[in-house]
Design a protein around this ligand. Structure first.
Ligand SMILES: Nc1ncnc2c1ncn2[C@@H]1O[C@H](COP(=O)(O)OP(=O)(O)OP(=O)(O)O)[C@@H](O)[C@H]1O
Ligand SMILES: [Mg+2]
Length: 373
């Protein structure tokens, strides 16, 4: 998978224009607040996901010209042929086309163009609560199985409907019978999510652990496991077994759920446990160790994705070089051979490591191709 070119109109602070990408390394260099992350975000949007900055669609439109559409176009190579996707933000909503055909939603772009992104915000994956780690699993799975996003949306909707019913039951006891119907739906959808997440976690552990060992020069071991209150050994369950576990626990929790009006067990409560040498990375990891864990997770994600789709995803690394010491930078660059990478950096010193590829300079939203210095 390779970006060939990208163009943007009326997008964030970027001046209308674009870039012809190098098939190996692309470095976007510039001072703070010039538009480097905006450019990576533009590439990321073609994965069919929403902005990694949690932005609303309208926020993508240039503030200076809010009534004009924002139009992004990507030309990329995938499956041995050149393809085109485009995104238009109009009336506050994203619309997408793939190879000239209008899609029902921008989410349908998922699976056509695949990328793995590291941004400094991803340190939340280690530092913050379980919802970030669930989000990581769900985004990663969404690129491997394009129907996974729909499954998640159906699960959330069903959970909301079960929640509304739980809140009504204390006032209308006859509604209790209806709960069985919703429980079965929640379990059917949730069982699939649990199965996919646990299987993905096992694949990720296999890929990310050796990478972490490499980053830490063989001194430390990274553990990754799916953590759920539903069962003790989540690695080896079939989808039917997941449904059975979930159903059992959901029934046990029914009384409590009616009291609180919330569903207390299920994939929406689970977590990804990350350990360094057997100790929680969140509670005991140093800054550098936590950073390395996130990098190993992201590079592991890229490997699992490559195995699954049969092509290397594009790697987007926002501000990663400045955070790593020389040996870690070297490891990272060696590890990325054979893949197309987009780096952003503030410090032109990062460019010294670049032996092959293109350098772009971003200044006040204006992108220029530069000479290697
Ligand atoms: N919709 C928008 N319209 C106009 N400007 C915007 C819009 N959205 C964001 N910006 C501006 O874009 C600027 C550049 O943001 P960006 O995050 O890409 O900078 P950066 O080059 O990555 O900086 P840093 O090195 O600090 O990470 C910000 O100052 C922000 O205010
Ligand atoms: Mg930035």
């Amino acid at each position: 998978m390779k970006v060939l070119s990208v163009s943007f109109e009326n997008y964030r602070n970027l001046h209308d224009g674009g870039l012809q990408a190098d098939e190996t390394t692309n470095i976007i260099c510039g001072l703070n607040a010039q538009g480097k992350t905006n450019l990576l975000e533009c590439l990321w949007l073609f994965t069919g996901n929403r902005s990694f900055r949690g932005a609303k669609d309208q926020e993508l439109v240039s503030m200076g010209n809010p009534d004009r559409d924002c139009v992004l176009t990507l030309s990329f190579e995938s499956g041995g042929r050149e393809q085109q996707s485009s995104l238009r933000v109009t009336g506050g909503r994203r619309k997408a086309e793939k190879n000239g055909v209008m899609l029902k939603s921008a989410g349908e772009l998922t699976g056509a163009f695949c990328a793995v992104l590291f941004s400094p915000d991803h340190l939340s994956l280690v530092k913050d609560g379980p919802s970030f780690r669930r989000g990581f699993l769900d985004t990663a799975l969404g690129q491997i199985r394009p129907t996974y996003g729909k499954l998640m949306a159906q699960y959330s909707r069903t959970l909301q409907q079960r929640g509304a019913l739980l809140k009504d039951i204390p006032h209308h006891n006859d509604l209790r019978d209806l709960l069985d119907v919703w429980d079965e739906r929640v379990v059917r959808l949730g069982g699939r999510i649990l199965f996919e997440r646990a299987r993905y976690t096992a694949a990720l552990q296999k890929q990310a652990s050796p990478i972490y060992e490499g980053i830490s020069s063989g001194k430390e071991t990274l553990g990754i496991s799916y953590k759920t209150a539903l069962c003790d050994h989540p690695q080896s369950l079939t989808q039917v077994q997941w449904e059975q576990c979930f159903y059992e626990k959901l029934r046990q929790a029914q009384g409590e759920d009616i009291q609180t009006g919330n569903t207390s067990v299920g994939p929406h409560r689970d977590d990804l446990e990350l350990t360094i040498n057997g100790l929680s990375a969140r509670s005991f990891g140093s800054q550098g160790q936590q950073r390395s864990v996130v990098l190993a997770l992201k590079l592991g994600e890229a490997n699992v994705l490559a195995q699954s789709i049969g092509e290397e995803p594009v790697i987007l690394l926002d501000d990663v070089l400045s955070e790593l010491d020389a040996s870690r930078q070297e490891y990272l660059l060696n590890h990325l051979k054979g893949r197309q990478v987009f780096f952003t950096c503030c410090d032109p010193a990062g460019i010294q490591l670049l032996r092959k590829g293109k350098v772009f300079f971003m200044e006040d939203g204006c992108l220029k191709e530069g000479e290697e210095s």
